[in-house]
Design a protein around this ligand. Structure first.
Ligand SMILES: Nc1ncnc2c1ncn2[C@@H]1O[C@H](COP(=O)(O)OP(=O)(O)OP(=O)(O)O)[C@@H](O)[C@H]1O
Ligand SMILES: [Mg+2]
Length: 155
């Protein structure tokens, strides 16, 4: 499935509105693929009103929402050792009412929750404004809204 930025944002907002917490979503793809665009859309759909700046320096930014669900936006691009994961409180993430969105989650190696979604964004070879979106379900995470049915899709 290929989505333009607006389509990706629409799908992300649907995820944020519909998904049941706790849920862990790993976001993959090269620099500039759109992981942060999707994380922000999910956060805003879940009720985050802040602009959600990139967590690439802080590594972890937490947002509270009116529904009692926290959105936790993490970017592991810069971690150099698993010790930094423990400093982030990694093992507790996704235990409470949280939507956990982790860019570069593959950098956590074996330390990923058994039940999770993995979303990979790849730039389309022939169009700078489109991203190929691949969704993988690992274990038994809560449902995501049906993969883009009602969002604008360009082929
Ligand atoms: N279809 C699309 N989906 C998402 N972003 C798109 C799309 N087309 C163009 N873009 C642009 O690509 C950029 C994506 O940036 P973003 O910060 O989300 O990437 P990222 O994957 O988080 O990168 P990083 O690994 O550096 O954190 C934005 O500038 C956005 O406007
Ligand atoms: Mg990013």
């Amino acid at each position: 499935m290929r989505l333009d930025e607006q389509g990706l944002e629409q799908w992300g907002e649907q995820i944020g509105r519909a998904v049941t917490a706790p849920v862990f979503i790993g976001l993959h793809g090269p620099l500039g693929a759109g992981k942060s665009v999707l994380a922000r859309a999910i956060g805003h759909g879940a009720g985050v009103e802040d602009p959600m700046p990139s967590p690439s320096y802080n590594l972890l930014l937490r947002y509270e929402t009116d529904t009692g669900v926290d959105v936790v936006h993490v970017d592991l691009y810069r971690i150099e050792s698993v010790d930094e994961l423990w400093e982030l409180g990694w093992t507790e993430l996704g235990q409470g009412l949280e939507i956990v969105l982790v860019e570069w989650s593959e950098r956590a190696g074996d330390h990923l929750p058994a039940d999770r979604w993995s979303i990979r964004l790849s730039p389309a070879a022939d169009a700078t404004d489109l991203r190929e979106v691949e969704v993988r379900r690992i274990g038994d995470p809560p449902e995501l809204p049906a993969f883009p049915m009602s969002v604008s899709v360009r082929r």
